[in-house]
Design a protein around this ligand. Sequence first.
Ligand SMILES: [Zn+2]
Ligand SMILES: [Zn+2]
Length: 416
Amino acid sequence: MKVDLSAFSAPCSCGRTHPISLKECRIARGALNDLPEVIDNLGKFERIGMICDDNTWAAAAHRVPGLVALFSQAKLDPAHLHANERAVAAAKAQLNPDCDLLIAVGAGTVHDITRFIAHEWGVPFVSVPTAPSVDGFVSTIAAMTWGGCKKSFPSTPPVAVVADSDVLAVSPQRLIAAGVGDLLGKYTALLDWKVTNLLNGEYICDHVVKMEEDAVDEVRACLPEIAAGDADAIERLMYGLILSGLAMQGVGNSRPASGSEHHMSHLWEMQILNGELDAYHGEQVAVGTVLLCDYYRKLLNIDDPRAHLSGYTGIDEEMLCRRFPGCSDGILEENRPDPLSAIDVNVLCDKFDEVKAMVAKLPSAEEVIDYMKTCGGVYSLAQIGVDPALLPDTLELAPYVRARLTLLRIMKLLKV
Ligand SMILES: [Zn+2]
Ligand SMILES: [Zn+2]
C-alpha cells in the first residue's frame, strides 16, 4: 500500500497546512528488499548504523546487512528492554558515533530509543517496523522513562518507513492486537477533540478527523483476517497506524490520536494506583477505550444538565499532591491554570444535546470488547493486571495526567 504523502503538502480546508517530514513510506509484502533503493533516494550515506534487539534481529534485522553495508549495529537484549537511559547507553556503546544514518528495526521501544539517539546525534533515521503494534512509528517525540519518571523528549521523526507485510504478519499476535487497540482508541480520542471544539472552539481539522476515522473503519472491517494472520489485512492495519501517526505529525501534536483513553494508560504507567503492568501500550489503550465507551454513555441518561451540575469549584491542589505522590510537581504544572476554566458551564448546558448526539455515535463497550476478542486482544482491567476495584479512581484521576481537555474532564462539571 502506498501512502500518498503529497496530500499533506497542499493547503487544507481547515486553513492550515499539515507539514510532515516523512519522505517515503512503503508498506508492502517484501518491502524490506526495497531498503537500499529507499536509502539511495534519500541521499548519500556512508556510515549507516542499525538498532534492533535479539527478537527483531531474528524477525528482520539479520537481512539488513545483506541489503545495506552497515557501519555499525546495536543489538539489544529484549528481556526488560524499555525506552530508558540504560537502553540508550547500551545502544550508543555498540554504535559508532560517526554514523550518518540510523535504521530502527523493531517495534515501539526500539523506535523510541533510535529516535532519541538520532535526535542527539543530529542524524536522520529510517523506520523498519517489525510489528504493527502502535501508531507512534512516525512520532516526533520519544516517550522515555528517565530516572524512573515518564518523560516525553522532542526527537527526530523518521525520514522513511519501510514496512514489510510478510514480516509484520508473523509478528507476535499480542503485538498485532495491541496495534488494533491503539487504533480503536481513536473513537474516544476523536470524541474528546470534537466535544472540546464544540464547547470552547479549540482548533480542529475535519480532514484529519476523517483520515483517522477512515483508518479505524478500514481496520475494523478486516479484524477476522487480521486475527488469521492474513498479510494483506495486517498491511491495512499498519497503513492505518501510519496514517494515524501522520495525522499527529500534520497537526503538530497528538490531539488527533490521544485522549482520555491514553490518559488512563499514562496513569497506570505512573504506578500510583497499581504496580508495574505487563501490558503493551495498545493493550492499555484498548481497555481504556472500553471503559470510556461505557462511562461516556452515562451522559445519554441526562435530560436536563442544569439539574445535574456538580458545583465544581476548581482544582484541589492539596488532593493532587496527596494522590500523585512523587510526581505532584509535574501534575500541578499540567493543571495550572485549570484546563476546565476554558469551559463555560452555560455553554455546556446549551449545547448538551449536541454533545449527547456525538456520544451516541460511539460504539458500545460491548462492541469494542467484541472487536478486541475477534483479534485475540485484551479488553478488561483484570487482563492488564489492574484491580477492577480501581475503576472509580482511574476515572477520577486520569484527566489530571495531562492538560489536554477531554470529555472525561468536562464530566467533572456534572453529577453522572
Ligand atoms: Zn486541516
Ligand atoms: Zn497510542
